[in-house]
Design a binder for this molecule. Structure first.
Ligand SMILES: [Zn+2]
Length: 350
């Protein structure tokens, strides 16, 4: 019988639980990952140092990743390559994971992602998002060979960044709707498996009733972010996780840098783009979810005026040429966007 199936890239190990980081040493001793045990550990400026000190890995060299920039990632990649490491573990938040993922890909070695915050869906994706001199770039890289999420560390992470990934995973609903719009209007091919993974992940978070810092909720969030990242690997593009809401996010980042984290901006973009798509009920459900978890759901909560947000929404299609979404379909002028934003505020509060 012919093999009528596709093979999916996926990590060898997914470990989501309280205290998971304690088994990192054993994981790195897995001979499939590092045959001779020459592993490096890259830590971020947050909890990374503390975790590295607790690991019983005396032979592992520790590298510090100062920022989620392309320059920091390239420097780490050069050092990993020069010293012929077999594998690298990146320990930290989203920026540290992204920089280490890029560096590992550059050095041609496997990467273990040990995440201390659930800030975006890059935990397990084959994409690395890094800042550079002209903005932010998304780079295709190898997927992590293992993903460890320590729920105790996530709970201990400061502020809303720890769970801002809620915004990035509910964004999948918007991204998938945009993809289906592109299929209807332009005949773009939609990947049903990628859609199933992305939409199921988003709905799991949207309808999980637990408190934000409970093990139950954090487990669903972590697993959904992992599935959301894998949906992009299945699709071979960021389509299932990035539509009009990410275009708005990129525009805000370019025009008004520092207005919010990736997950926060994706969440606000999702609520507004869902409203633009004419689905007020769904926009309200998503806004309520963000508010319940103390994340911004309106431009004002990001510190943006309506005029600034209107400028960003009008600029948004230029951030991702070739990606067809509700923004490209409507093709609104800045004045039309401003009037939709005014209606949106009234509709949500009513
Ligand atoms: Zn994202």
């Amino acid at each position: 019988m012919p093999l009528l199936a596709r093979m999916l890239p996926s990590p060898l190990v997914i470990d989501v639980r309280p205290g998971a980081v304690a088994s990192l040493g054993d994981l790195l001793a897995d001979h499939r990952i590092a045959a001779e045990g020459r592993v490096a550990v890259a830590v971020g400026p947050g909890q990374g140092d503390g975790i590295a000190a607790e690991l019983s890995m005396p032979d592992a060299e520790i590298f510090r990743v100062p920022a989620g920039t392309h320059a920091a990632a390239v420097e780490l990649g050069q050092r990993l390559r020069a010293a012929s490491y077999e594998a690298v573990a990146g320990i930290g938040g989203g920026q540290t994971i992204d920089a280490t993922k890029f560096a590992a890909h550059m050095a041609g070695i496997p990467m273990v992602a040990v995440t201390t915050s659930l800030s975006h869906d890059g935990i397990c994706s084959p994409i690395s998002t890094l800042r550079h001199e002209a903005g932010t770039g998304s780079y295709g890289v190898a997927m992590p060979v293992a993903v460890v999420v320590d729920l105790d560390r996530v709970r201990a992470a400061p502020g809303s960044l720890a769970t801002a990934g809620i915004g990035d995973v509910v964004a999948d609903l918007c991204a998938v709707a945009d993809w289906e719009l592109a299929a209807a209007d332009l005949g773009e091919r939609v990947d049903g498996l990628a859609v199933a993974m992305a939409r199921t992940a988003a709905n799991a978070v949207l309808y999980q009733p637990g408190q934000c810092r409970s093990d139950e909720f954090l487990t669903v969030l972590a697993e959904s972010l992992i599935l959301s990242g894998m949906a992009m690997a299945v699709a071979g593009s960021s389509r299932p996780g990035s539509g009009s809401e990410h275009e708005i996010m990129h525009a805000v980042n370019q025009l008004f840098p520092g207005s919010g984290s990736h997950g926060e901006l994706a969440g606000v973009g999702t609520v507004f783009a869902t409203y633009l798509r004419g689905d007020l009920e769904q926009a309200g459900i998503i806004a309520a979810c963000l508010e319940r978890h103390e994340l911004p759901s309106t431009p004002g909560e990001l510190g943006l005026s309506d005029a600034q947000f209107a400028a960003a929404v009008s600029f948004a299609p230029q951030t991702r040429p070739g990606r067809y979404t509700i923004l490209e379909r409507l093709d609104l002028t800045e004045a039309e966007v401003a009037s939709r934003i005014a209606d949106f505020a009234k509709a949500l509060s009513g």
